[in-house]
Design a protein around this ligand. Structure first.
Ligand code: CO
Length: 470
């Protein structure tokens, strides 16, 4: 069966520089920055294919804006994985769901050692004037934002033992501090919250919490006072990881007998302020969180269970039989002061994944608008095929959709002198599956109508996250 979305899972080998691309519509002249996106672009090596979407080789894509003109360039990140794959035609380092072929001794040695991949394909950030590509291992990979050349791994000034971290750090402008969460796997594992001043590569441990069976963590929430660590019943058992010799993803186990838990760590004292339970669910992406007196509101893109990790194996994405992707739901959890169980509220009827907000203005604060990807009600593609805006006050949803076109994460960019929270545009890389090419779509974030589209000469494989730099 023909499934149009599959074009986005074809490899892209070409690295190009395309200046002054023709656009349809008028690219706003006030856009004068650069959108840099990260994601996998090659899943097949001459002698080995990876098993999971998350394991493809990292490629950076940039769209630069100047005076209504759009330039594009792309480049693979020259990680250890990339370089050794170029030489050997196969993987030498462990990925999320794909291992190199190793004997049992090599496997035991590598499970908790630095021979993990530096294939930093998840997100982008800027810390202390360095542009960084990130993955879920604590490896900040610096790149040059002009040329997209890989500079190399950045070393922190201090060592904090950790095995995995998130590629979704938060920034707190009041404290001028970045926050991130990490897990240290061991006989007794630890949840670690750490802070990093905006202008330094020094880090400090904010909070530590012992845990026997850590839950898989992709992102976390942040309100004014708290780091909100959401623990799902999709757990990673360290001993099992060691014995099974299987890649990380195969050791993730859904345990429906376990509740989901919100752990609220105080950002200043590091104390565990409270733990609130919820019925089991899974989530990759927090949307926003804020406080209402002593109550805490946590918004996230939730799944009924952990099946989505399996849905995203390449065999399902590329071949029949096809299991349509699990539906992400925009959920709001109310953590009421003095109550041990969180109440869940559905905030949208459309699916909601790869969420973005007007981060600089309303992160950790009460807010009105969120943007994300969903699937049309006919579920014709079994895949994310529209961009939706949710008005959290009126619960009105506005969606942009073109049949056969598959959008990526919608990045919000605020207009100069904004008049409202949604005064700005959304930037999304969209795949036109009929033509087999991708284009940068600019949407008016207020009306969700197209402002412009700028096509490149090739398809851009589905990526994860990007950031706009002014
Ligand atoms: Co993510």
């Amino acid at each position: 069966m023909k499934r149009p979305f599959r074009v986005g899972y074809q490899n892209l080998d070409k690295e190009v520089i395309l200046d002054d691309l023709p656009s349809e519509g008028e690219v706003p002249k006030w856009l004068t920055g650069t959108l840099v996106r990260n994601g996998p672009a090659r899943w097949d090596l001459p002698k080995q294919s990876v098993r999971h979407w998350f394991d493809g080789q990292a490629m950076l894509h940039k769209f630069s804006f100047q005076n209504g003109q759009v330039d594009y360039a792309n480049k693979f990140i020259r990680s250890n994985t990339f370089q050794s794959a170029e030489k050997t035609g196969k993987l030498t380092y462990s990925e999320f769901a794909t291992d190199p072929c190793r004997n049992i001794f090599q496997r035991l040695m590598s499970t908790f050692s630095p021979s993990f991949t530096t294939n930093t394909n998840v997100n982008i950030t800027k810390i202390a004037n360095k542009f960084i590509a990130m993955t879920e291992l604590p490896i900040p990979m610096e790149f040059d934002p002009e040329t997209l050349e890989t500079v190399g791994e950045v070393s922190y000034l201090n060592e904090i033992p950790m095995t995995t971290t998130t590629a979704h750090p938060h920034y707190d402008p009041e404290r001028q501090m970045g926050f991130n969460s990490a897990i240290h796997f061991g006989r007794v594992s630890q949840y670690i919250v750490y802070g990093q001043p905006h202008d330094s590569w020094d880090r400090k441990v904010v909070a530590k919490h012992d845990v026997e069976e850590p839950g898989y963590l992709h992102s976390f929430g942040m309100s004014e006072r708290f780091i909100i660590w959401t623990e799902y019943p999709l757990k990673a058992v360290p001993l099992q990881m060691l014995i099974s010799g299987k890649p990380f993803a195969d050791n993730l186990t859904w345990d429906p007998s376990r509740k989901a838990r919100f752990l609220l760590f105080d950002k200043d004292t590091g104390e565990l302020d409270r733990v609130v339970e919820a019925d089991p669910f899974f989530c990759f992406h927090h949307i926003n969180a804020y406080e209402d007196g002593d109550d805490v509101i946590v918004d996230l893109a939730a799944y009924e269970d952990g099946r989505i990790v399996k849905d995203l194996f390449m065999a399902n994405l590329r071949e029949e039989p096809f299991q349509p992707l699990s539906q992400p739901q925009f959920r709001r959890y109310h953590l009421k002061s003095g109550e041990s169980h969180a109440k869940c509220e559905m905030m949208a009827t459309n699916g909601f994944e790869l969420p973005r907000i007007n981060y600089g203005r309303i992160n950790a604060k009460p807010y009105r608008y969120a943007y994300g990807l969903g699937e049309t009600a006919d579920r014709v593609d079994g895949y994310l095929n529209q961009i939706c805006k949710v008005d959290l006050e009126s619960k009105e949803e506005l969606c942009w959709h073109v049949r056969g076109h598959f959008p990526g994460e919608p990045v919000f960019v605020e207009a100069p002198n904004p008049q409202s929270e949604d005064d700005g545009v959304l930037l999304s890389v969209v795949l036109d599956s009929d033509k087999g090419i991708s284009y940068l779509l600019i949407l008016n974030a207020q009306t969700m109508e197209m402002v412009s589209k700028t096509a490149v000469s090739h398809h851009i494989p589905y990526g994860f996250h990007g950031q706009y730099f002014k």
